[in-house]
Design a protein around this ligand. Structure first.
Ligand SMILES: Cc1cc2nc3c(=O)[nH]c(=O)nc-3n(C[C@H](O)[C@H](O)[C@H](O)COP(=O)(O)O)c2cc1C
Length: 212
């Protein structure tokens, strides 16, 4: 079974969560018997940013800050694909998404290779039509590619990720942006396709050669 986790970076249960739900449904629809999805949200969670104390690198272990990040990281660690959705906050992803990416530092420095076979894709939901969705997608791509995950791009019209415009009107307004919603659905399906294809390829490779 392929696991695709949707990470919602909005502190609210609002338009971003709605868009992510729809994109995850599109991922599931790609191969219903082979793909399972789960949505996790920063809503109601305490996630501090990395404070650069160096504890993880020095002790080759997980972060010493005790909050909800461990639970989020466990979900990411067990996922094949991560669909990262963020509202646009001041032309970038939310501080919560930045906090998560900064706290994933041990995955690079203490457990190298842990995330290298995982894929991610980016969804940005903004209140203004051209309010920074593209910049936010770039932001998400930099954050998670830096954590050695592999970016999945979108289909025609979506380019690097999915871009939805809400006019600050919540889920209903997001749903009304049919062009933007198509980019989210396309992206969910594409991420599922890439994860499934990669998994099948890995299994085929394992039959040909000694396991890598
Ligand atoms: C602190 C803050 C900053 C924001 N900055 C932007 C922005 O730069 N560009 C934009 O298009 N929308 C901006 N918005 C609007 C949100 O992106 C928009 O309302 C979005 O639909 C909220 O998603 P949510 O309902 O999932 O929280 C901002 C909202 C907040 C609260």
């Amino acid at each position: 079974m392929i696991k695709i986790v949707g990470l919602c970076g909005s502190p609210l249960k609002g338009s971003t969560e709605y868009v992510l739900e729809q994109a995850l449904a599109a991922a599931k629809a790609f191969a219903p018997d082979e793909i399972e999805t789960e949505l996790i949200s920063v809503h109601g969670k305490k996630i501090s940013p990395c404070v650069g104390c160096g504890y993880c690198k020095k002790n080759k272990t997980w972060c010493c800050i005790k909050d909800d990040m461990q639970e989020i990281f466990d979900k990411i660690a067990h996922a094949d694909g991560l669909l990262v959705a963020s509202p646009v906050y001041v032309m970038t992803a939310t501080p919560q998404i930045h906090a998560i990416a900064s706290r994933m530092r041990p995955a690079m420095h203490c457990y190298p290779g842990m995330l290298r076979n995982k894929f991610f894709a980016a969804i940005a939901v903004g209140g203004t039509r051209n309010g920074g969705q593209e910049v936010t997608i770039d932001d998400i791509c930099h954050l998670f590619a830096t954590r050695s995950m592999n970016m999945v791009s979108n289909e025609v019209g979506g380019y690097t990720g999915a871009k939805v415009w809400t006019a600050d009107g919540g889920p209903e307004a997001a749903a009304a942006d049919t062009i933007g919603m198509k980019t989210a659905l396309d992206l969910g399906g594409k991420l599922a396709e890439v994860c499934l294809t990669y998994d099948l390829g890995k299994k085929a490779l394992a039959q040909r050669e000694p396991a890598r």
